[in-house]
Design a protein around this ligand. Structure first.
Ligand SMILES: [Zn+2]
Length: 488
């Protein structure tokens, strides 16, 4: 089985060869924790969660690192008053680390809701200031960076003069970049407009600041990912992921920093997840075409006619390939809900199928499994994988109607394969099971109330509870171990 990955750097699918056989080092750019995570970000993180799960399922031992950007990073115009953390702290009158904590908790809560697995390491930018200062010093020593008025910039022209190629990932031509950039960031401090900050001098108004050889300041955003990925995955590692919007300048800068520091390209496979649209339009707060993850799940919004369980949202997201634009709409969500129920019903039916070793079925389990794995290993093609899972669903309904047969061994194989794809790889959750849990909790409350009624000799009430439950098909049985129930 060969895994193919679309490498953004090569611009084509390549056969995946990990640096260390059987192991994968994967870094994904995490959130900037100054506001609530938006649905587009959830799509990106969910795509890489699926990729992480797939790699694990395929037998790789994965070290998955996803950072938290908690040190203020510059906006494109470089105005320190526009620094997002400073702005937000003034707005909410909170300590910077209070903002960081609040939105980190929110981020984890949202990702938990959609059943994303936590990364193996989740480093923070503020926890790696020392490493970022060291990298900056190294880049100055090797002549790739220069200090200017308390800030340090990466020298893009010097980088290219040494035969390296700034723009190789985004396929941008450096002359073009120079012609099209106005010098706003750095305000005359930089040699060239494309030079980017490795370290930025803090203005008196700037709250988050650290001591450095160049005075008090804070690290540039691009540098934190180089510092943390190098520390935990090495100078060159297997996979680097992120949203498409990070390709330039963020990832381009990471490549330049890595090559300048270590003389080698930092990443072998660059992977980029595409964006999320709603009703065929870009999601944006300013146009109002915008919804928070929680609002989609709670139903409190103007775009969807009802609430949707997080598992259905997840299922909907995975029906688009991570490199395609995903459009969500009321109809798309309703269709996903329908598909999801059918899939879960098939899994349930599978538990009540009686195998028949005498007759042969027309459905080839081996072919079906091979097709599923072909989809998974073809650049993690979730929509094609899901389509194949539905071939099995169709077969299961035919088994139920006794139009098909399956052997005992085949049944076990189908069960374990389908369960692995649905729950381990796609990361879906059985909603009904969760409902059963709620039902059980509710019944335990009623049993407890009935016991209390009996203790206080209120037999009218205790009988009422028992009889009313029985009328609903729930029978209570009193035994030595206490009261149990059965549902007919
Ligand atoms: Zn990053």
């Amino acid at each position: 089985m060969q895994l193919k990955i679309y490498n953004s750097l090569a611009g084509e699918k390549e056969i995946f060869k990990p640096i260390l056989e059987g192991n994968v080092g994967m870094y994904v750019c995490g959130p900037t924790v100054y506001s609530n995570v938006h649905l587009g970000n959830v799509r990106t993180f969910l795509s890489f969660d699926f990729i992480y799960r797939s790699l694990t399922h395929l037998g790789y031992k994965v070290r998955y690192v996803r950072n938290i950007t908690d040190a203020g990073h510059l906006t494109d115009d470089g105005d320190v008053n526009n620094d997002r953390f400073v702005k937000q702290t003034r707005l909410e009158k909170l300590e910077p680390m209070e903002i960081v904590q609040k939105y980190t908790v929110d981020f984890h809560k949202v990702l938990d809701m959609f059943n994303l697995l936590p990364p193996n390491i989740e480093p923070t930018a503020t926890g790696h200031i020392v490493e970022q200062i060291e990298l900056t010093q190294k880049l100055i020593e090797t002549g790739f960076a220069y200090e200017s008025n308390g800030s340090v910039y990466f020298d893009v022209l010097e980088y290219n003069a040494r035969g390296l190629n700034y723009g190789e990932l985004s396929k941008r031509n450096i002359e073009e970049l120079f012609a099209n950039t106005r010098d706003l960031d750095g305000q005359g401090e930089k040699k060239n407009p494309q030079d980017f900050a490795l370290w930025k001098k803090a203005s008196p108004a700037h709250i988050m600041r650290w001591n450095s050889p160049w005075g008090e300041g804070f690290p540039g955003w691009h540098l934190e990912c180089t510092a943390m990925s190098t520390k935990y995955l090495g100078e060159t590692f297997d996979i680097h992921g992120g949203g498409m919007d990070l390709k330039f300048p963020h990832h381009e800068c990471e490549i330049a920093q890595g090559k300048a520091c270590n003389g080698a390209s930092p990443v072998n496979y660059w992977m980029h997840a595409n964006m999320l649209t709603m009703n065929a339009q870009r999601m944006s707060k300013s146009t109002g075409n915008y919804i928070l993850p929680m609002q989609l799940v709670s139903g409190e919004n103007d775009f969807f006619e009802k609430s949707f369980h997080p598992a259905i949202v997840r299922f909907c997201f995975l029906q688009a390939h991570y490199r395609s634009v995903l459009d969500i709409s009321n109809d798309a969500m309703l269709a996903s809900e329908k598909g999801f129920s059918r899939l879960m019903e098939a899994l349930k039916i599978l538990n009540s199928i009686t195998p028949n070793d005498e007759k042969q079925s027309g459905f080839s389990l081996d072919d079906w499994k091979a097709k599923c794995y072909d989809a998974l290993t073809d650049d993690f093609n979730s929509p094609v994988l899901i389509a194949h899972l539905f071939e099995a669903v169709k077969f299961i309904f035919a088994l139920k109607d006794e139009k098909e047969t399956i052997s005992a061994q085949g049944l076990e194989d189908l069960k374990s394969t389908l369960n692995a794809f649905v729950f381990d790889v796609l990361g879906l959750q059985n909603i009904e099971e969760n409902n059963n849990e709620k039902l059980d909790q509710t019944l335990q409350v009623l049993i407890e109330l009935r016991n209390q009624a009996r203790k206080s000799k209120n037999f009218d009430l205790s009988d009422q509870i028992r009889d009313k439950l029985l009328a609903e098909g729930i029978e209570l049985k009193d035994g030595r171990e206490g009261t149990t129930y059965s549902i007919s």
